[in-house]
Write a new protein. Structure first.
Length: 291
């Protein structure tokens, strides 16, 4: 029964909350197993962290994504997950989980590339041996995407209301300032890569271009390959209730009508801010983001 309850509660989580849950589980497992078996603390992480040189990356190419699921400490994990949670709530009120994952993982990839390029192009890093872990690049991508898409939306920060674009500029400037002084130059390079992805994604989306569509299609094609392999079984006759042409046209019309309503609300947000929406419009966006 406990297993069923866990699956039930997990299924009810939003995409952002599921991502947080996975990161927390990975952190616990990667810390617990080496401790119980007497291995070094880095024995698991080293297979998934992103190396700073391209030859090391070629040996473990999966690390361009997997590095984002591992963290160097509880504080590192906590602050990244807190950012994903709060920014994810805003994001998923506007868009679906598929686009959230597009922005997040493309930010992770570009952040990783910025990290490797920095350590192989700039002489200041040539004699530094470092690797990259943490979800910061993906979190930065989500944050800057929102700050770019609805820049004039105000959010509460402690005692004050602050426009999102102020927060975005502050975060980017802090990474630039700390780049030569913090001792975590690689991390700040990754943050900047993720931030750039978030900005470009939102800017192109305003023009009607979804730069993450190819990324989604690529992973969909991989998933479909596994599904086709699973479906290879003895042939049998299956009878299906097919929708009539009139039913299909009705469904298509409803989908188009719903999308037009979403676009109109998003346009209203970009011009007047999220608070200008009526309760009905906010509820509609919230329900659309959950589907």
């Amino acid at each position: 029964m406990a297993g069923v309850n866990i699956k039930y509660h997990y299924a009810r989580l939003s995409v952002a909350e599921k991502l947080i849950a996975i990161n927390v589980v990975v952190y616990i497992v990667s810390a617990l197993i080496p401790f119980l078996l007497g291995f070094s603390k880095n024995s698991i992480v080293k297979w998934f962290e992103l190396p700073n040189d391209f030859f090391g990356f070629l040996v473990q190419p999966w690390s361009i994504l997997t590095y984002s699921f591992f963290h160097g400490g509880l504080g590192h994990l906590f602050w990244n997950m807190l950012l994903i949670f709060f920014v994810g709530r805003i994001f998923l009120n506007l868009f679906d989980g598929r686009r959230f994952l597009n922005v997040y993982f493309l930010g992770v990839i570009l952040g990783g590339l910025f990290f490797m390029l920095g350590y192989n192009i700039f002489p200041a890093f040539f004699n530094v041996n470092a690797s990259l872990i943490g979800a910061s690049a993906g979190a930065s991508a989500i944050l800057i995407f929102i700050c770019t898409y609805i820049p004039n939306q105000e959010v509460r920060v402690i005692f004050f209301n602050v426009k999102l674009w102020y927060i975005g500029v502050f975060v980017v400037l802090m990474d630039l300032i700390q780049l030569p002084t913090s001792g975590n130059a690689g991390g700040h390079l990754a943050h900047l890569g993720g931030a750039l992805l978030g900005y470009l994604y939102a800017s192109q989306l305003f023009k009607g271009n979804d730069i993450g569509a190819g990324f989604s299609n690529f992973f969909d094609s991989i998933a479909n390959m596994f599904k086709r392999a699973e479906k290879k079984a003895p042939l049998k006759t299956v009878y299906k209730n097919q929708s009539t042409p009139s039913n299909r046209s009705t469904i298509d019309y409803d989908a188009q009508s719903k999308q037009k309503k979403i676009d109109a609300i998003l346009d209203k947000i970009s011009k007047s801010g999220y608070e200008s929406l009526s309760k009905a419009e906010k509820d509609f966006l919230f329900k659309a983001g959950k589907e």
